[in-house]
Structure formats: C-alpha cells, structure tokens
Design a binder for this molecule. Structure first.
Ligand SMILES: Cc1cc2nc3c(=O)[nH]c(=O)nc-3n(C[C@H](O)[C@H](O)[C@H](O)COP(=O)(O)OP(=O)(O)OC[C@H]3O[C@@H](n4cnc5c(N)ncnc54)[C@H](O)[C@@H]3O)c2cc1C
Length: 452
C-alpha cells in the first residue's frame, strides 16, 4: 500500500468527510495539520483556542484508531515538500476551500511537488460552480440560487473506512502554548452534541431565531467553519420538512451561496460587489471605531453585541446585523474595517461568510439590503430583546433599568437615572451619535455616489 498524506484544513472530522474516506481507501495514511502563519496571525484568541481544542479532539479520535495527528508549523509550501520526501508520500488528499489564500497556496504547492493532490468539496453542500442558472451562470440573487440548490440531489454520505496508518518514529506536535478556556465542547463530539441539542428544539427555530436573549439557533457556525461537522451530515439529520426546519436549511444555503460567490469573484474581499459604492466618502473616524469595538457607543444593544464578541468570540446573527449597520451607517465607517475586526475575533470568523454578510449590511453586495435600510438600534432592541435579557447580560451597569428604559437610557431624566446609580457620560456613555441625524448623513453619502 502506498503512503498517502491526509492534510486536514477546515475539515477536522473523520465522518462525513469524502476526502478522508478516499484517503483511507488509497493507502497507509499520514494525517497532518499545518499551522499557517498567515492564518494564525489573523485569528483572535478565541478562534485559536477553538482551533487547537478541535485539533486535540481530532488527535484523540485518531489515537483511538491507532494513529495520530501530526501538527506542524507552516507555511505549507515549505513543510509539505519536506514531508513528501521524508515519508515517500505518493498522493495528498484534501478538502478544498474557496478562500483566495487557499486557492493560491494550493496552486503554489502543486507547482513545487511532483505528486498529485486529490481534491474534494466536503465542506459545502454543493461544490462552487455546480449551482447554476439556466444560462449556466452563478446567480447573483439569493432566491434563484436557493431554489436551484434545494432541488439538487444530495451527495451520498461518505462511508467510514477504517484507516491504516503509516508507522513513524515520532509524533510531530508543535503546538503553540495556548491555554484552553473556551466554553464550547470541542471536536466532532461537541458538534454532534450541539446538533442533537438543536434538533430537539428546531421546531421553534423560526419563532426564536431572531432573539439574542433566547437559545433559538444551532450554534453550529464554528463547527461548520472548522469542519468538525459537515453540512451534509446536518441536513441528513434534519429529517422533517416543517417550515421551521426548512428555514434552518435555507441558512445553510446562504452559507453555500456566499462561498460560491467568493470563489467566483475573489475581489469582493477588497471591493464592493456593486462598484458604484466604491466612491462613498467614509468618515472613518478612528475614535468612533474604537468606541464601537469596545462596546462604548452608548447604544445598549450595540454595546452588548460588541462586548459579547470580545468576551466569547460569538455574537448572535441579529446583533451582528445591528452592530454592523451601526458602524457603517451611523458612524459612516468603511465596512472593510468592521469586516476585518469581526473576522479576527469571531470563532466562526470566515472570509466568505463574513465578507458576504458585511457587504449585505452595507448594501454594497450582491442581492444586499437596500442602501436606504438603516437599522434603528433602539427599535431593533425593543423588538428583539424586549425584556432586555441580552442587554442585561453584557451591559450590567444599566441592568437595573426597566424593560422600557433599558434600550435608550438617555431618554430618562438625570434624577431617574441616579436612582439606578447611573450617570450618563460617567458610568455609561452618552449616545455617540443621534441616530436620526446619522441616518440622514449616511443616506446623503449613499445617494451622492448613486447620482454620479
Ligand atoms: C455582519 C455579519 C458577519 C457575519 N460573519 C460570519 C462569519 O464570519 N462566519 C459565519 O459562519 N457566519 C457569519 N455570519 C452569519 C451568521 O451571523 C452566523 O452564521 C450565525 O450567527 C451563527 O449562529 P448559528 O450557528 O447559531 O446560526 P443558525 O441560525 O443556527 O444557522 C445555521 C447555520 O447557517 C449558516 N448561516 C446562518 N446565517 C447565515 C448568514 N447570514 N450567512 C451565511 N451563513 C449563515 C451558518 O453556517 C450557521 O451555523 C455573519 C453575519 C453578519 C450579519
């Protein structure tokens, strides 16, 4: 049997993984993960912890099968050629990724080595370029993409094949010194627990998914990002076709759509997908940007979201939309700055998903929110966190305010605030901007470039 290398990337699982199954059938496997300096340096602490915890779990799973995960410091273009010659590797197996970094790295590596890389697309429901309109193009509107995506037959779940491992004298394990403190259960086992838990309450997804103070969503985004579970496995487990569960599946279609879009148009990382918005005159006030990052804008729902992100690496989808809209439209800060910040700090921080969503909120993307849609942070807060549960969890200094006061403390008198020990500008910030004025400023900036 030849020696084959299995190169784990964003697919840290052994089940429902087509590339892993193929590698196990092809030879004695050498499983490896390479910490790429470029990716590691772009990731915040919470995502790194989650990554290394997932790697530890994968290592344990492989150990139970008689193998091990070899963990090496990159860049891959340097490490892999050395391993190939040391171990006499005949073939490499991977799951591809849509990011421009991944595409470029794989192309560079292929030019350096003289063995094949067998590529699969195990982290998406359907490979990029396979969900096309009748004209044979990728739809730039989500609904037609979704309709087509939903009709396509599902791939077979790859069967588990018991692996044979090559014998190596030592384990390569160059793990950085990171202490685990993360709340999420890691690895495939953690992902399966989260999926089971979600399935037991998925009938209420539609009703609860927009409320950050409720446990309405699956919390599977970081698992999908690291590939501790694949979308095919998730969809296979969501058996019912109730409206609520279909809505959940529709979210997975958004994930595929943004991935397909990035693969087809990698320039959207740097440029507005709708080029007319390239000319917007952003204010880019760095002090405003800093206050937003630190959860000190004076808008409780925005501050709660930004503090949750910083403390846990997660933020609820509704609050991501509110905080992103606040940065772009209320503070007139370029969406690219916010995108970069989110991507670093989110545990599910993923270039395709993050860029797609930021451009959606900015109104600059494909099939994005209309430019004149400016989220009103107070109305959003009242609607989606009516009892202020989410705000109280993250902005405790105003936690004793009543439900109807907590969304906009500046509307209260100084004396009423003092009863709660609150002095605006001292114990909690005054609002950074007046939303109505900020909205007008933003609409003017957008209209100006639309008229050009
Ligand atoms: C400004 C902004 C930035 C975002 N950045 C990211 C990111 O970097 N990585 C990321 O995975 N998601 C991102 N999202 C999408 C979404 O917020 C998260 O996927 C979701 O909050 C994860 O929670 P969940 O797993 O409980 O979601 P659920 O509601 O349970 O959804 C199930 C899955 O569907 C997918 N999904 C849900 N909503 C979206 C969406 N709007 N776009 C694409 N896929 C979606 C995710 O994979 C998610 O895990 C972003 C959204 C916004 C508005």
């Amino acid at each position: 049997m030849p020696t084959v290398m299995y190169w784990f990337r964003k697919d840290l699982r052994l089940t429902g993984n087509p590339a892993w199954s193929a590698a196990c059938k092809a030879g004695h496997v050498f499983p490896v993960f390479i910490s790429e300096p470029e990716l590691i340096s772009a990731a915040g602490k919470e995502r790194l912890i989650q990554l290394y915890e997932n790697l530890e779990s994968l290592h344990q799973e492989l150990a139970q099968l008689g193998g091990a995960l070899h963990l090496l410091q990159g860049p891959a273009e340097k490490v892999i050629p050395r391993l190939i010659s040391e171990l006499d590797v005949a073939k490499i197996f991977v799951n591809s990724d849509v990011s421009p970094f991944s595409t470029k790295r794989d192309t560079t590596l292929e030019q350096k080595i003289n063995i094949p890389i067998q590529k699969h697309w195990g982290n998406l429901m359907h490979p990029p370029g396979s969900v096309l309109t009748q004209k044979g193009t990728l739809s730039k509107a989500f609904t037609p993409f979704y309709k087509k995506w939903n009709q396509m037959p599902l791939a077979e779940m790859p069967a588990f094949t018991s692996p044979e491992f090559i014998r190596v004298e030592k384990l390569f394990w160059e793990k950085p010194n990171i202490t685990s403190s993360h709340g999420l259960n890691s690895g495939s086992a953690g992902a399966k627990t989260r999926l089971d838990d979600f399935l037991s309450r998925s009938e209420r997804y539609e009703e609860l998914r927009n409320f950050p103070g409720k446990s309405g969503t699956s919390m599977l985004s970081s698992d999908l990002h690291f590939g501790t579970i694949g979308p095919l496995e998730i969809i296979n487990r969501v058996k019912s076709d109730s409206h609520s569960q279909q809505m959940f599946i529709r979210q997975l279609a958004w994930r595929d759509w943004y991935a397909h879009l990035l693969f087809a148009t990698p320039e959207i990382i740097f440029k507005s997908a709708n080029p007319i918005y390239e000319k917007i005159q952003w204010e880019n006030n760095l002090l405003d940007f800093d206050l937003w990052k630190n959860g000190k804008t004076g808008y409780p729902i925005v501050d709660a979201g930004m503090r949750e992100l910083r403390a846990t690496g997660f933020m609820h989808n509704r609050v991501r939309m509110i905080t992103a809209s606040f940065l772009i439209k209320d503070l007139l800060v370029d969406w690219r700055l916010g995108e970069k910040y989110f991507r670093r700090h989110l545990i599910d921080g993923d270039i395709a998903q993050n860029v797609g969503n930021w451009q959606w909120v900015a109104g600059t993307g494909f099939d994005a929110a209309p430019y004149f849609r400016v989220f009103n942070p107070v109305l959003q807060s009242k609607k989606f966190d009516p009892a202020g549960e989410y705000i109280r969890a993250w902005v405790p200094e105003i936690g004793s305010l009543q439900n109807d006061q907590i969304h906009s403390p500046w509307t209260m008198t100084k004396n009423d605030l003092l009863i709660h020990g609150i002095t605006l500008g001292t114990t909690y910030p005054l609002p950074l901007v007046d939303h109505a004025e900020a909205r007008d400023r933003s609409l003017k900036a957008y209209k100006k470039v639309r008229e050009i």
